[in-house]
Write a protein that binds this ligand. Structure first.
Ligand SMILES: Cc1cc2nc3c(=O)[nH]c(=O)nc-3n(C[C@H](O)[C@H](O)[C@H](O)COP(=O)(O)O)c2cc1C
Length: 201
């Protein structure tokens, strides 16, 4: 699906990469076009096939479509800042990971890593379907844990707002409009994070 009426972003890559990676960005204004349940299941399916340490698949997801009670319950778990813009999302979800593994409940040190891989798959699948995602650390995670009946073995890590690209920027709170329209996406240079030898600060 092409991204009609969407903001054009400039992504200056140092080397050529897949368009799906290059074109993804995180809007705060989403199109009114609803996301169907079947589409949510497709996103979840993409995540399902992510690799994970010992194939433990420590991810758990709570999802809700706009207009449903679950959506509202997730919305109520977002912090005030994220609530100020996330209401145009057509789907909200919470990413949760199981903290321990094995019969002796050892810490699964790689659980958060694997949840990230899960989301990487979801993001790429979404992008290929014209759907944008905006991940959120700003959630009231303890409240979310209780609200959705997770015990202490689970950590609610992030929220995600999904919607088709092409939202109405004028409906965003004033301070966020400029940020939404910023043309050039910024990243650290490869030389700052990748080393063919010792790490150099
Ligand atoms: C784990 C995670 C947490 C984030 N938390 C928030 C958040 O609470 N609120 C927000 O507006 N954006 C949040 N973001 C979005 C990032 O700021 C955004 O991905 C980053 O600036 C890069 O922009 P891009 O995704 O458009 O390339 C989060 C992103 C990630 C991956």
């Amino acid at each position: 699906m092409d991204k009609k009426n969407t903001i054009k972003k400039i992504t200056n890559t140092e080397y050529p990469i897949l368009d799906t990676i290059k074109n993804r960005w995180s809007p705060r204004a989403f199109s009114d076009t609803p996301i169907k349940e079947e589409t949510v299941k497709t996103l979840l399916e993409a995540g399902r096939w992510a690799p994970s340490a010992s194939n433990l698949q420590p991810w758990r997801v709570i999802w809700g479509i706009k207009g449903t009670e679950t959506y509202d319950r997730i919305f109520n778990c977002l912090d005030e800042f994220n609530q100020s813009w996330a209401g145009s999302a057509q789907v909200l979800w919470l990413n949760v990971f199981k903290k321990t593994m094995g019969k002796d409940n050892r810490e699964n040190f790689h659980a958060l890593h694997d949840l990230g891989l899960f989301m990487g798959n979801v993001l790429m699948q979404a992008e290929s379907m014209g759907i944008a995602a905006h991940q959120m650390a700003g959630i009231r995670f303890k409240d979310a844990n209780k609200e959705f009946k997770f015990n202490d073995d689970y950590h609610v890590a992030t929220g995600v707002a999904f919607g088709y690209y092409g939202g109405d920027v004028s409906k965003l709170p004033e301070g966020l409009r400029e940020q939404e329209l910023k043309e050039t996406r910024i990243r650290n240079a490869q030389s700052e994070f990748a080393f063919n030898g010792d790490y150099k600060k």
